[in-house]
Ligand binder design. Structure first.
Ligand SMILES: [Cu+2]
Length: 283
């Protein structure tokens, strides 16, 4: 029984494990389809690889000392506080080794990534701007429409939980919650941004592949947190523009919110008829 389980595990790990630039993934992460997601993967893989090596060394040393100082005839136990100069120096040296080879390295990698990518917000005409308003327990998205300004009559507000973006185009989002704190997470893009009550937060990302991907809430936000799932479609520029046009507000529209009531599950709060904000320009 135990043997079978072990074999199954080994088989599972073997089929999932794969070598990468920095080390090994033991479990396949969601496929990275973004421009800068590899940066996050590199930091995680570097950390995993180095701590795996250090952990193995500690275990080997432990086995060695257990064997070397085992109880046997002719040897008596000695009480050692481990505070000799030699021991203190060895402890400090190991601490520094860990600090410089892990902490300092991943801090350096992270700050470089923030500067070069995640905090280097895209500017210019081709940037797609989207406003995101999470609520208990769904995602609302808002596109500026033909006038390019938010919070105006021609804004495109697609059905709940639907987000579309064009491939190979920088997407800049601004996010503020309707109610409590949520967190906008796209695992396939390695990006995550909190929605904080009273604040408008910003994040950007860019898709390099088309497809359908999941948006998850990464902040425990209430009983329905687990089902707070959005659907991100990455498509060609033409398909995206068509989708925007299909979702444009109709002149003679009746109360569109009636339809939404059916979609919003029990326990969900109502969303306000009006939401959205004037785009906050980044300084
Ligand atoms: Cu949430």
């Amino acid at each position: 029984m135990v043997k079978n389980t072990m074999q199954l595990w080994l088989k599972k790990i073997k089929s999932k494990a794969q070598w990468t630039a920095w080390g090994i993934w033991y479990i396949d992460p969601p496929k990275d389809v973004s421009l800068d997601g590899y940066r996050i993967d590199n930091v995680i893989q570097y950390t995993d690889t180095v701590i795996t090596i250090y952990f193995s060394l500690v275990i080997l040393a432990l086995i060695f000392f257990i064997f070397k100082y085992r109880a046997r005839s002719g040897h008596t136990a000695v009480y050692d506080k481990g505070d000799s100069k030699k021991h203190v120096m060895a402890t400090i040296a190991m601490g520094l080794l860990v600090f410089f080879s892990i902490d300092v390295v991943i801090e350096t990698m992270s700050f470089r990534d923030l500067k070069e990518a995640f905090w280097n917000f895209p500017k210019g005409e081709n940037v797609l701007k989207v406003e995101v308003m999470p609520q208990q327990f769904a995602w609302n998205f808002r596109y500026a429409g033909p006038d390019g300004a938010f919070n105006t009559d021609d804004d495109v507000v697609p059905a709940l939980n639907q987000m579309h973006i064009p491939v190979n185009t920088p997407v800049l989002i601004q996010i503020a919650p309707f109610d409590v704190i949520h967190s906008f997470f796209i695992p396939n893009f390695r990006v995550k941004q909190d929605a904080t009550p009273g604040m408008v937060n910003t994040m950007w990302f860019q898709a390099v592949e088309t497809g359908n991907f999941e948006i998850a809430c990464a902040e425990l936000c209430g009983n329905g947190h687990y089902r707070m799932k959005g659907y991100l479609t990455v498509e060609s520029q033409e398909a995206f523009e068509q989708w925007l046009a299909d979702n444009a507000p109709q002149e003679d529209e009746e109360d569109e919110w009636d339809d939404w009531d059916a979609e919003v599950d029990e326990g969900n709060r109502e969303i306000p008829e009006e939401w959205g904000w004037t785009w906050k320009e980044i300084q």
